[in-house]
Design a protein around this ligand. Structure first.
Ligand SMILES: [Zn+2]
Length: 413
């Protein structure tokens, strides 16, 4: 079948009918609704002649064998958050189906082409994102912790997985799926406001941000709010407040989309009649460049020490979590840029704030790239998530162009 991007939009609506209720999409991984979506997907791919296999981590693979064993992968995730939108994850899967149809129509491709529907990208039920892709990438190393996880009803993660044919202890066997993978392509809604503000339908993703997450604790002295003169106070909140106001400056100096967020401050004793003794701040910093991210962290630490000295309080830092920036492949970024310009006139390169399955695949050493399509109002993970039909169709065309160019690249054509 020749490429028909309008069919992708119609099929996404069909999936929505099948799996959403009045509150939005309900395709939470390891549930009956998710399984129904996977069965529906199987029927959609059937006409292409692609072989289906489900790997040890529950990822659903559809393979069109080509002249070369080197494979171009197209990936998405059909799972959603509860009360989710109709496009997050599903767009990539259904656009991939359309590309498979076009490739099959053209006869045996010079490279093998595989569509993968990753299992449990969202981590909505058990709080563990990127389950299937991290297993395939070989980076999953938290099985002992996962074994103890339960959902809101007290059902253990291994039991829920077993109901869907997945054994947690052998999930890492999915690693063999990436053997022969020469390129990985993922189309996704932007989930942010950048492309809409530039009035562009499509963009090329440079990579996913590195993240530094810390708890920053300022310690002063609790003292009576009535009897302690202003110049005799050791107010922990004053240090925290100064740090919060410095964050936009740190981000501005770093540039290139840098973001810094103080997502929470807990004060103690936290009563109206006392100066604050401790202020525990949650700080999140993100950047695409590892060196710049390290500089942002250093600046925030230095600023916190300066403010602590000025307020006569102490400060200490504890890391909660961090991840390195993950950069996509330069040659694929070029091809993606070309593809976007061909279908939409102009392109834009931007980093991704959220993590995606593509980051796991890239970490495993497979050259990867992502395309973003504009999200209306920057919204996702809500039933209000939307993109115009026109932009969705352009995104399918861009993915198809990119797939054709990637097949050429990996077969030296
Ligand atoms: Zn997604």
């Amino acid at each position: 079948m020749p490429l028909d991007p309008g069919r992708t939009v119609a099929e996404l609506r069909e999936l929505q009918e099948l799996t959403a209720d009045a509150n939005g999409a309900q395709r939470v991984a390891w549930t009956d609704t998710w399984e129904r979506a996977r069965e529906w997907l199987r029927t959609k791919v059937a006409g292409t002649g692609a072989d289906e296999a489900v790997d040890a981590a529950g990822n659903q693979w559809f393979t069109l064998r080509g002249g070369s064993g080197r494979a171009v992968l197209i990936g998405g995730h059909i799972d959603s958050v509860p009360n989710g939108g109709w496009l997050d994850g599903a767009l990539n899967v259904m656009a991939g189906v359309e590309v498979l149809r076009r490739v099959a129509e053209d006869g045996e491709p010079p490279a093998t082409v595989r569509l993968v529907n990753w299992a449990d990208e969202e981590g909505a039920r058990f709080g563990r994102s990127l389950f299937g892709s991290s297993a395939a990438a070989g980076s999953m190393s938290d099985q002992d912790e996962l074994r103890r996880r339960t959902d809101a009803d007290g059902i253990a993660l291994p039991d829920a997985l077993r109901d869907h044919g997945v054994d947690l202890d052998s999930a890492l066997e999915a690693r063999t799926e990436l053997e022969g993978a020469a390129a990985y392509l993922e189309l996704h809604i932007e989930q942010g406001p950048v492309l809409e503000s530039l009035d562009l339908p499509l963009g090329v993703v440079l990579g996913t941000f590195g993240v530094e997450r810390h708890e920053v604790t300022f310690r002063g002295q609790a003292a009576h709010a009535g009897s302690t003169p202003m110049d005799k106070r050791r107010d922990a909140l004053a240090g925290a407040a100064r740090l919060e106001l410095e964050l936009p400056e740190i981000a501005k100096r770093a540039g290139e989309g840098a973001v810094c967020t103080m997502g929470g401050v807990v004060t103690k004793p936290g009563i109206v009649t006392s100066v604050v003794e401790t202020a525990e701040c949650l700080l999140d910093q993100r950047h695409l460049d590892a060196g710049t991210l390290a500089a942002m962290l250093r600046e925030a630490k230095e600023a916190s020490e300066r403010f602590a000295a000025q307020e006569d309080v102490e400060v200490d830092w504890a890391r909660i979590w961090n991840i390195e920036p993950i950069l996509f492949d330069e040659r694929l970024i070029e091809l993606a840029d070309e593809s976007v310009r061909e279908v939409a006139g102009s392109s834009h390169r931007l980093p991704s704030g959220p993590l995606h399955d593509a980051a796991e695949v890239a970490r495993a050493g497979v050259p990867s790239v992502m395309l973003f399509v504009q999200s209306l109002r920057g919204l996702s993970h809500t039933k209000l998530e939307d993109t115009t039909g026109e932009h969705l169709e352009l995104s399918v065309r861009a993915l198809d162009r990119l797939a054709a160019k990637a097949i050429g690249l990996v077969t030296g054509g």
